[in-house]
Design a protein around this ligand. Structure first.
Ligand SMILES: [Zn+2]
Length: 171
C-alpha cells in the first residue's frame, strides 16, 4: 500500500546518561529551572503541576508554570504567551522548550492543547522530563510534536524531580 505524504517527522532521542558533555549539562541546567517553575504551581486535585522554560541558545526567553496565567492555563502555554510581551519575542521561532512533563495533546476543557501552541509558535525542539502519567488522560503530546516535525528529547536524568511537584496525585 502506498504511504501517505506526511511532513518530515521530528527526531526522537532519549538521554539516559549524564556523559558530562556541554549539551547534556545545558539540558540538566535548564530542566532544573523548569522544575523550580513547576514548584510554583499551586497543587490541585485535577491537574498536574508542570514547569516550562523557553530558551534560544543560552538565552532564557520566558518561563511558565501550571495555571500561572488566568483561565486554567498550562505551563508551556504560559511560557509561550508570556514570551509574546518580551523583547525576545522574535526568538521564540526556532527556540527550545523545556517542559518537566510531556506537553498535552488534548484538553477535556476544550482549551487549545500545549502541543498546538508549541507547533504554532514555531518551536524547533522540545525537551521533556517525564512522559505524562496516565492519571487523567492518555497523552499523545510527543507523537503530535514529532508528526509536526519538531525534535523531542526525553531527558531521563531528573524524572523523580519532575514528578515531585505532583506527588499528591501519584501516591
Ligand atoms: Zn498542556
Amino acid at each position: 500500500m502506498p504511504s501517505p505524504v506526511l511532513p518530515e517527522q521530528g527526531h526522537f532521542r532519549v538521554i539516559a546518561r549524564d556523559d558530562g558533555s556541554e549539551e547534556v549539562e545545558a539540558h540538566i541546567e535548564f530542566m532544573e529551572l523548569a522544575i523550580q517553575q513547576a514548584h510554583l504551581a499551586r497543587p490541585i486535585e485535577t491537574a498536574f503541576n508542570v514547569g516550562s522554560l523557553l530558551v534560544n541558545g543560552r538565552q532564557i526567553i520566558a518561563t511558565g508554570y501550571s495555571r500561572e496565567l488566568p483561565g486554567n492555563t498550562h505551563a508551556a502555554q504560559c511560557a509561550i504567551e508570556k514570551s509574546r510581551n518580551t523583547r525576545q519575542a522574535h526568538m521564540v521561532s526556532g527556540a527550545v522548550l523545556y517542559s518537566t512533563m510531556e506537553p498535552c495533546s488534548f484538553r477535556l476543557s476544550g482549551n487549545v492543547p500545549c502541543s498546538t501552541h508549541i507547533i504554532e509558535a514555531g518551536i524547533r525542539q522540545v525537551v521533556i522530563g517525564v512522559k505524562e502519567p496516565a492519571t487523567f488522560s492518555n497523552c499523545q503530546g510527543v507523537a503530535r510534536l514529532l508528526e509536526a516535525g519538531i525534535d523531542v528529547i526525553h531527558l531521563k536524568l531528573l524524572e523523580e524531580e519532575c514528578l515531585r511537584p505532583n506527588i499528591h496525585l501519584l501516591s
